[in-house]
Design a protein around this ligand. Structure first.
Ligand code: SF4
Length: 660
């Protein structure tokens, strides 16, 4: 029997593999034996006809791919890199990479090639939370754990559909409810999560800042904030108080779409709850003001002092299995490594550690900037930007102009494959080993459950081959993932609060290591949390007479992103359709659209065909299409949050028409 960990979502459930059979690990603290439909079906994704099994090359995207060799493919990439300016090279990584893969890619890109254009698809899901945490708490640090819900009285889920996106955590929420936890769900849809809520607040799309500001203002106006905590531990209180004096409460409440009675009922529960957790995910992060939404939410915890104590705090829920590990290693272009930035001191420390003098001193391009930057080489690893970046028609035009696009992937059916020149077959979950950090700082180990397919390689090995071909043989001479992990462990000592040197690589799959457990204070220089006054600036795309509906997006329980790993023959999945569009009954009636009918949804950027799912569970003039619809980003707008550069996936103006 082999103990490992699920490679799908940020919950990070433990599992056991025995004789071709996967079951949940009952001894694992996070899931206590439970797995969701994705986790339990994970073996199917190893042995499927959609695997990419050989390197492929072609001179142009109009040609068919030809089978190649590793030697030929890596030589082509290395030669191109040698003849390209470093700021014209980009690495587009993924929250599905293991920590060791991230470490080697980051070391190669930032440390030796000398480009900080090393970013990850986590830019499109978590970067607003990262910036929010850094601004308010002083570091990208999640100050509580999932099991805090058992010590809490109230869980507020804002823009988070745990029933579909974090299934096993959702089951834990249901269990905590039996012990008295109250749940408030803030979402324009009556999701499966909202169905277990004590209060469901169906707010209007884009009004989260107003909602959290209403809480903060009322806490201040009615003297319900924690004065002692604020005096000792928080900056900017007077500023916030003064700004809120002129805040237009009636207008703010109107923008949320809630009645005074609805807000009052919630607030009554709020002030009578001793311990409060606020959890959120894409509903807040994927926004033109994603960072502001995060700081508005965190403000409420700073004002009440409900942070750094059991059962309290702002809990960002990461979507991908190792989004957190990528953030720690330095997989974002806005950080160098181990949460260090590009200041002189950090560059000196990291340069000495890696024994290099090639590190550039400015942040690199983000994943959302790379295609606009006229790159000459783009290496995309374990992710599908043509599918997931917003405004797809534009994305396709831009990627076609890049002379060399390399795709490293375990599967051959991505949308990006249509635009690549070189494709390298990577080992998927189950054929490789390495570590990952789940959403609450728990570092665990994925084990290899079966042999690696003959021509496939783990991602770290692919980056190491490239590094060696570029001449960095000594610096990239890792024999296995344990050696990489141990070098990374040593590196975490460069940043006081990130030291993970006590973790034992060999024990991680059955003895996970949780870093940061002793951190009980803010990580700012003055050790105080920062309040920020933020306003709803209405920066998202507005609806109009021509495009009267707001499109929101999200996951469905059984599919993983575009379905590359889950929409497979023989799969146990597919309980839910891949392609549907939720529309309110009244709106459907007006358009004479019936449940199940084919419809066309169009924005000013593109259009898609889908099927109407007529329901009262979504607000009027709002529609929902799951991200498992591969074409969804033909519709979405490419407005970015100004600080995190995360896309605004949840606020696109669209129109709907019936197909006759
Ligand atoms: Fe895997 Fe997430 Fe499901 Fe757990 S909840 S089994 S980690 S997909």
């Amino acid at each position: 029997m082999i103990r490992s960990v699920c490679g799908y979502c940020g919950v990070g459930c433990g599992l056991e593999f025995d004789k071709d059979n996967l079951i949940g690990d009952v001894a694992y603290p996070i899931n206590e034996g439970r797995l969701c439909s994705k986790g339990i079906s994970e073996l199917i994704s190893i042995d499927t006809s959609t695997r990419l099994l050989r390197p492929h090359i072609r001179d142009s995207i109009d040609e068919e791919y030809k089978v190649s060799t590793w030697e030929e493919s890596i030589s082509l990439i290395a030669n191109k890199i040698k003849n390209t300016k470093k700021d014209k090279i980009g690495f587009y990584l993924s929250g599905q990479l293991l920590t060791e893969d991230y470490y080697v890619a980051n070391k190669l890109g930032k440390g030796f090639i000398g480009t900080n254009n090393v970013d990850t698809n986590s830019r499109t899901c978590m970067s607003s939370a990262i910036v929010g945490y850094k601004k308010s708490l002083g570091a990208d640090f999640v100050p509580l754990r999932m099991d805090d819900i058992f010590k809490s009285n109230l869980l507020i889920l804002a823009g988070a559909n745990t029933a579909e996106a974090h299934v096993v955590f959702h089951n834990q929420i249901k269990k905590a409810k039996k012990y008295g936890l109250k749940v408030v769900v803030i979402d324009p849809r009556e999701t499966d999560t909202a169905k277990i809520a004590d209060i469901h607040l169906s707010i209007k799309v884009g009004s989260d800042i107003d909602f959290f500001n209403l809480i903060s203002k009322r806490l201040i106006d009615e003297d319900l904030y924690n004065k002692e905590f604020v005096d000792k531990h928080v900056n900017n209180f007077e500023l916030l108080k003064n700004k809120f004096k002129r805040a237009p409460v009636t207008k703010m409440l109107k923008r949320t779409g809630l009645t005074k009675e609805e807000f009052d009922e919630f607030f009554e529960l709020y002030i009578n709850s001793e311990n409060i957790i606020s959890a959120w995910t894409m509903g807040l992060n994927q926004s033109s003001q994603g960072v502001d939404k995060n700081t508005a939410l965190i403000n409420t915890h700073l004002l009440t002092g409900k942070i750094f104590k059991a059962g309290n705090g702002p809990l960002s829920l990461t979507g991908q299995p190792n989004a957190m590990g990528g953030r720690e290693v330095g997989g974002l272009s806005t950080s160098l490594a181990v949460h260090l930035g590009f200041d002189k001191e950090s560059i000196e420390k990291v340069s000495k550690f890696w024994n290099t003098d090639n590190i550039d001193n400015k942040p690199g391009l983000t994943a959302t900037q790379m295609l606009d930057a006229k790159l000459d080489v783009l290496i995309i690893c374990h992710t599908d930007p043509v599918y997931h970046l917003p405004n797809r028609n534009r994305v396709e035009e831009l990627i076609k102009k890049i002379p060399m696009v390399v795709e490293i992937n375990a599967y051959d059916n991505s949308e990006t494959a249509k635009f690549a020149h070189i494709r390298l077959p990577a080992a998927p979950w189950g054929e490789k080993e390495g570590t990952q950090t789940n959403l609450d700082r728990t570092i665990t180990k994925q084990e290899k459950l079966t042999r690696t397919s003959i021509e496939c390689k783990p991602d770290w090995e692919i980056f190491q081959l490239l590094a060696q071909k570029l001449g960095y043989k000594e610096e990239f001479n890792f024999k296995n993932t344990k050696e990489i992990f141990e070098e990374y462990q040593e590196m975490t000592k460069l940043n006081d609060y990130m030291d993970i040197s006590e973790a034992s690589y060999d024990e991680l799959s059955h003895k996970p290591f949780i870093w940061g457990e002793n951190i009980k204070e803010f990580l700012t220089e003055d050790k105080k949390g920062n309040l920020f006054f933020v306003e709803n600036k209405l920066l998202s795309e507005k609806t109009s007479i021509k495009y009267p509906f707001t499109l929101i997006t999200g996951r469905t329980r059984d599919q993983w992103h575009s379905g590359t790993k889950t929409n497979l023959p023989r799969t146990l999945l597919q309980y839910k359709e891949l392609n549907f569009c939720e529309i309110n009954t009244k709106d459907a009636d007006e358009l004479q659209i019936k449940h199940g009918e084919k419809i066309k949804v169009a924005s000013s950027r593109g259009e898609i065909l889908t099927k109407a799912y007529v329901t009262d569970a979504i607000r009027e003039k709002t529609i929902f299409i799951p991200i498992s619809n591969r074409e969804i980003n033909y519709l979405t707008n490419d407005i970015l949050d100004r600080e995190s550069l995360q896309p605004d996936y949840n606020h696109s103006a669209v129109k709907i028409s019936k197909i006759v």
